[in-house]
Every structure is written in structure tokens, then in C-alpha cells.
Design a protein around this ligand. Sequence first.
Ligand SMILES: NC(=O)c1ccc[n+]([C@@H]2O[C@H](COP(=O)([O-])OP(=O)(O)OC[C@H]3O[C@@H](n4cnc5c(N)ncnc54)[C@H](OP(=O)(O)O)[C@@H]3O)[C@@H](O)[C@H]2O)c1
Length: 224
Amino acid sequence: MSEKRPTLAFIGGTGDLGSGLAWRFARVGFPIVIGSRLADRAIKAAESLSATFARGFAGMANIEAARAGDIVFMSVPFENHRTTLESIGSEVRGKIFVDTTVPLVPPKVMRVQLPAEGCVGKRTQNLLGAEVRVVSAFQNVAAAHLKSEAETLPGCDVPVSGDDADAREVVVRLAEEIGFKAWHAGPIDNAAVAEALTSVLIFMNKRYGIAGAGIKIGGTPTKI
Ligand SMILES: NC(=O)c1ccc[n+]([C@@H]2O[C@H](COP(=O)([O-])OP(=O)(O)OC[C@H]3O[C@@H](n4cnc5c(N)ncnc54)[C@H](OP(=O)(O)O)[C@@H]3O)[C@@H](O)[C@H]2O)c1
């Protein structure tokens, strides 16, 4: 990754997944902006990152965070996906937008329930429009594994879907910078697989007593 690292913004960055990803990227030196519906909550979360990594991080309301980020991650509950996108959409034009959303419909979170568009990733791309390069990733990563000093997180590979191959490559490299094995997984429609798989993983966690099951892609690549 070139010297000047992009600023990463986390919409819903006060939650389990958003704060976990922000923690791992902060740990390897990225400028981080924590977003929240409430600026005070974001500032508090950023202060805790600053205390952990002894350097400054920013916290602000989601719309300011979306404006401040070069690359914008979103991790809010599925039921708030559309309203959150509508509230920040104008600030992410021309950017890479990383959607981590899983279409979980409580209480049946162990049942696959994909939206009419086929997957959340597709809905996001449709809602944000062609000026935003939407990439879908991290759906199968259990947040509980993220805030660890481990250099690599071998327990879960990261499929990365999106219509723009260059944008996918940026996210594949970002995921590998924080210790994951990441894979190009094709166009945004293919996000349906990772999104659906999370309900199966939640079922397996319960059935087999696993603390955050993950996936591994088999086979030895002969091309990078
Ligand atoms: N947890 C995991 O292991 C995991 C793994 C993979 C994918 N995911 C996906 O990541 C997303 C977030 O999951 P999570 O476990 O991190 O959720 P979470 O901790 O329950 O919530 C994440 C953040 O979303 C914001 N939020 C809550 N209600 C909202 C609303 N009504 N409108 C807008 N924002 C709201 C909150 O931020 P503020 O109150 O500060 O605004 C909260 O901190 C979900 O789509 C989930 O499927 C989670």
C-alpha cells in the first residue's frame, strides 16, 4: 500500500463489527474516523481508540464521517440499512463504499432471508448509484475475533464482491493488511453467497458450540 494511507470512515463505527474493524485498521496505522448517529458517541469511541493506540482519531456524526472518509465502511443493523444509506449517500460519490451488512431478520437470524434485489450489496449499489463503487465484504467475520493482538486471523477468509475489479482489489488488500486471507468473489450480485452464509454460520455456532465460526477457501491459487 502506498505511503499515504487513505482515511477510513466507519458508519455505525460504535458497534461490534464497526469498532472491531476500526480497531484493527488503527492498529496497523490507518487514519480512522468513527461515525455514529450521535457525534458524542463517536467522539467517545474515537477517544478510546486514541487511548489504546496513543495517537489521535476522529469521531463525528455519520454524515460528517462519510464526507471525511476516503474509503467508507458501513456496519449498521439490516433494518436500518436503507435509512442510513439515504442519510449519507450524498457524501460518498466517487468513493469506495464497503458494505458489511448481513440481511438478518430477527428472530429468524439462522434462516437465510435475502432481500428482493437478491442481496444487500446490490441494494446498496442501486441506492448509491454508479458514482459510488460498492464493495461487499466481512459478512462472515465474527466481530468477537477482531480486537486481538494476533497478526493474522486464519479462522475466517473474506470473500470480496463488487462490480469494479480495482475497487475489489483495494478492499482485498485492506483485508489482508489486518490479517485476513481475502479473495475476489466477482460482481456485486455474488455478495448473496457471503450474506446468506452468515445465517448458516450462526446456526453452526449454536449447533456445534463454536465461538464465531468462519470460512476457509480450499485450493492453491496459481494466479494472484
Ligand atoms: N457483529 C458481527 O459479528 C458481524 C459480523 C459480520 C457482519 N455484521 C453486520 O454488521 C452490521 C452491524 O452489526 P453489529 O453487530 O456491529 O451491530 P450493532 O453493534 O448492534 O450496531 C452497530 C451500530 O449501528 C448503529 N445503529 C443502531 N441502530 C441504528 C439505527 N436505528 N439507525 C442507524 N444506525 C443504527 C449504532 O451506532 P450509533 O448508535 O452510534 O449510531 C451501532 O453502534 C450488521 O448489518 C451485521 O449483520 C456483524
